[in-house]
Design a protein around this ligand. Structure first.
Ligand code: MG
Ligand code: ZN
Length: 220
């Protein structure tokens, strides 16, 4: 079992819905919508889109945003058991998120250690929120990911490990392509089917544990 490593997305995977979208709907002026559409249609990079969306928000709204997220975000059922399961089975678990530290860390507090979490960082020292990118793309990626999941996989895993990617969206696709096995929902599930990547679908983290238990049988 210990030859596995798990790379798990945050927004829409660990949480039921996307927190950046929820924050923008609640706090941003209407301009955010065009930026979101630009990202989805790939006219602008995730890095540019997310950076510009947060620049629409004043730094003074930090506390309100965190309170809002803590009240509204829901952790998907079974996640706490899943973290324990990974630990008990000696499977390294990394949370790799395009989200921002100031809401990712509070939501995962008491569940996952911060040294297992890779995400973007918000700087509140200017008038508007400025996003910083400590996990930018390496020389092998030109997507301007912001938080580059393929780069992190290259950095955090070795070739002897079976890489399991858990995710929900198009932002997990490049990581999924590097995986030995994908556990997917929503748009990522559609993409896995389309590209015939080895995968299974999940709804809760109880499903995820069940899939991991049976992974040997599907020859990973
Ligand atoms: Mg996601
Ligand atoms: Zn990248």
């Amino acid at each position: 079992m210990s030859d596995k490593v798990i790379i798990c997305d945050f927004d829409g995977t660990i949480t039921e819905t996307d927190n950046i979208i929820a924050i923008m709907k609640e706090f941003a002026p209407p301009e955010w919508d065009a930026l979101k559409n630009g990202v989805l249609s790939q006219e602008i990079s995730i890095k540019e889109g997310v950076g510009k969306m947060f620049q629409l928000l004043p730094s003074s709204s930090k506390t309100q945003i965190v309170e809002f997220i803590l009240q509204h975000a829901e952790i998907r059922p079974g996640f706490q058991d899943f973290v324990r399961y990974a630990k008990e089975n000696n499977i390294p678990l990394y949370i790799v998120s395009g989200g921002i530290d100031f809401f990712v860390y509070p939501l995962l507090q008491g569940l996952v250690n911060e040294d297992q979490i890779y995400c973007n960082v918000a700087n509140f020292s200017n008038e508007q929120i400025k996003i910083e990118w400590p996990n930018s793309c390496d020389e092998q990626c030109t997507n301007e990911c912001g938080c580059c999941k393929p780069s992190l996989i290259r950095q955090l895993t070795n070739t002897n490990q079976k890489k399991i990617v858990i995710g929900d969206s198009i932002t997990d696709l490049q990581a999924a392509k590097l995986a030995d096995f994908v556990i997917a929902r929503d748009l990522l599930l559609e993409k896995c089917k389309e590209l015939q990547l080895p995968h299974q679908s999940f709804t809760t983290f109880f499903d995820v544990m069940d899939i991991l238990d049976h992974l040997e049988e599907v020859s990973v």
